[in-house]
Write a protein that binds this ligand. Structure first.
Ligand SMILES: [Zn+2]
Length: 132
């Protein structure tokens, strides 16, 4: 990988990292607000719990994504960025552009999705991030 490409990739990863941090902080504030809400009403209570669940899951997936980005940045430092963590093959350039923190090649990704045993790795898949 060329220096310029490494720099650009790092910038993209950092931008995404900061975006996630903002999102996590926002959700934490929202969760704090929800937890001070008090109600005797059952339907209100259901709504509050539902909102808490949504925030909780949102934060879980944000944290997951954050970990992947951290790993991608470390791999970039080690010069191993773009290597599949499972088979060691190069990850396709197009895939890295779509999902800069991908750590599996498309073949391993598909196998992992089929096996469902790599739930952590599967989260790095492209399906949620097609807007990139
Ligand atoms: Zn692979």
């Amino acid at each position: 990988m060329e220096d310029k490409q490494i720099r650009e990739t790092r910038q993209r990863l950092m931008a995404k990292y900061e975006e996630l941090m903002r999102s996590i902080n926002r959700n934490r504030l929202a969760a704090e607000q929800i937890s001070v809400e008090k109600t005797e009403d059952d339907s209100d209570l259901a709504r509050i719990n539902h909102n808490k669940d949504i925030l909780y899951h949102q934060n879980e997936s944000d944290f997951h994504r954050l970990r992947f980005i951290e790993e991608a940045l470390k791999a970039l430092d080690r010069g191993q960025y773009g290597d599949c963590v499972r088979c060691g093959e190069d990850i396709d350039d197009k895939r890295l552009i779509a999902v800069p923190w991908a750590n599996l090649c498309i073949r391993c990704q598909e196998e992992a999705e089929k096996a469902q045993t790599f739930s952590d790795l599967v989260l790095a898949g492209p399906e949620e991030e097609m807007d990139l």
